[in-house]
Design a binder for this molecule. Structure first.
Ligand code: TRP
Length: 394
């Protein structure tokens, strides 16, 4: 089976990346033909303001991939934007993809939902501004013809200006936090490119005639869409693309240090590049059962993030002993964390060493991805010839 998958370069990799996808990729490499790429164009669908960080982020991902065991002898490792054919196929697939398929995509719907929330916010501000506006109109030395309409227009304009100012950072940033809204989720992603995100992803997969796509569960709608686009292409122009399947594997639950999903933006991630001291600080600050305040209070391991980590990094015997002693109020969180730190370090330390070695010969890493991109280009080129043929293009 030919396997294709990609990852957006958001910077250094953390444990969540490893247990979520990378570990599966590493396993698949021996048994199948595998292509893995850094989806830098996809990163631009949201982070287009931060192009200055792109190169560094790509480099970090390249280093981490090699560190974690992706092997250029077994896999084609490359960078999306170095294979321009993806863009050509994206364009052609965009011609045959109904807009409604994209608008119904859950990721996009989420974003739209956020846009609705901002509309809500605006309506709230409007309410708050009404009295001020009335007073203001009262001060105007001219007679206003249609008072109500005039008031409405002022309110609309004012609240809109207020929202823009809020997002432009002209009003206390705190307010955004308190309202639990992020700038990125709103204005920034209301673009053509973001809507087309899944079409680009379909092109990424289909251009290599990928059959299996190892991804996290959140990507399932995108793979389904890829299948639909493939079917539509095949029925319009002739059989060319296989319908790819998502390959989901059991992934252990590994939350961030605060119990939420591990993510760089939450500040709750443990990175492969972290030093022992950094890991130690993060572990000792980890959230635990909030009802276990003192060493001798009984705890609930099933809701404790530290315990989720023990399940992965500690031996079976240790895990059941912790489970027992925590519930019995015999094990305090500090001791429990110290044990975790040792076991987690036993896992991280070899990678940390390897990472240093890989970093020291970063030119070799560059070359791996340059060669990989050339190989990918060959494959993509040959598919594009067939695509053009079928579509009567040259
Ligand atoms: N959307 C994927 C993610 O965010 C990244 C990605 C881009 C991808 N193109 C792909 C994954 C093609 C699999 C196949 O994780």
């Amino acid at each position: 089976m030919r396997i294709v998958s990609g990852m957006r370069p958001t910077g250094k990799l953390h444990l969540g990346h490893y247990f979520g996808v990378i570990r599966n990729w590493v396993r698949l490499q021996g048994e199948h033909e595998t292509l893995f790429f850094i989806a830098d164009w996809h990163a631009l669908t949201t982070a287009y303001r931060k192009v200055s960080e792109l190169e560094r982020n790509i480099k970090e991902v390249m280093i981490d991939w090699i560190t974690l065991g992706l092997d250029p002898e077994k896999s084609v490792l490359f960078i999306q934007s170095r294979v321009k054919e993806h863009a050509e196929l994206h364009l052609l697939l965009s011609m045959i993809t109904p807009k409604s398929w994209l608008e119904w995509n859950p990721t996009y719907k989420d974003m739209k939902y956020n846009l609705l929330r901002i509309r809500d916010l605006q309506i709230q501000f409007r309410g708050g501004l009404r009295d001020v506006v009335r007073e203001f109109i009262g001060m105007i030395p001219y007679k206003v013809e249609d008072f109500e309409r005039f008031e409405e227009r002022l309110l609309e304009d004012l609240s809109e200006t207020f929202i823009s100012a809020l997002f432009e950072g002209e009003i206390e940033r705190d307010i955004l936090k308190r309202l639990n809204v992020s700038k990125k989720e709103f204005y920034d992603t209301d673009t053509y490119g973001f809507l087309g995100y899944p079409v680009l992803q379909a092109a990424d997969i289909l251009i290599y005639k990928g059959e299996g796509v190892p991804v996290g569960e959140d990507q399932l709608p995108h793979i389904e869409l890829t299948r639909e686009i493939a079917r539509r292409f095949n029925s319009l122009y002739g059989e060319l693309f296989p319908e790819p399947q998502a390959l989901l594997t059991e992934t252990p639950r590994l939350p961030g240090t605060d119990g939420r999903k591990m993510s760089k933006s939450f500040g709750n991630a443990i990175f492969f590049s972290d030093t022992r001291e950094e890991v130690s600080t993060k572990v000792m600050k980890m959230f635990t059962d909030p009802q276990k305040l003192r060493k001798n209070d009984p705890g609930r391991p099933d809701i404790c993030p530290v315990f989720s980590y023990h399940r992965i990094f500690s031996e079976k015997g240790t895990v059941s002993a912790i489970d027992r002693d925590c519930r019995a109020g015999k094990l305090g969180c500090v001791d429990c964390k110290k044990m975790l730190l040792e076991n987690l370090e036993a896992f991280l330390e070899p990678f940390r060493e390897k990472r240093k070695e890989v970093e020291a010969r970063v030119e070799d890493v560059e070359e791996i991805f340059e060669e990989g991109s050339a190989r990918a280009r060959e494959m993509a080129r040959s598919t594009m010839e067939k695509v053009r043929d079928l579509m009567n293009l040259r």
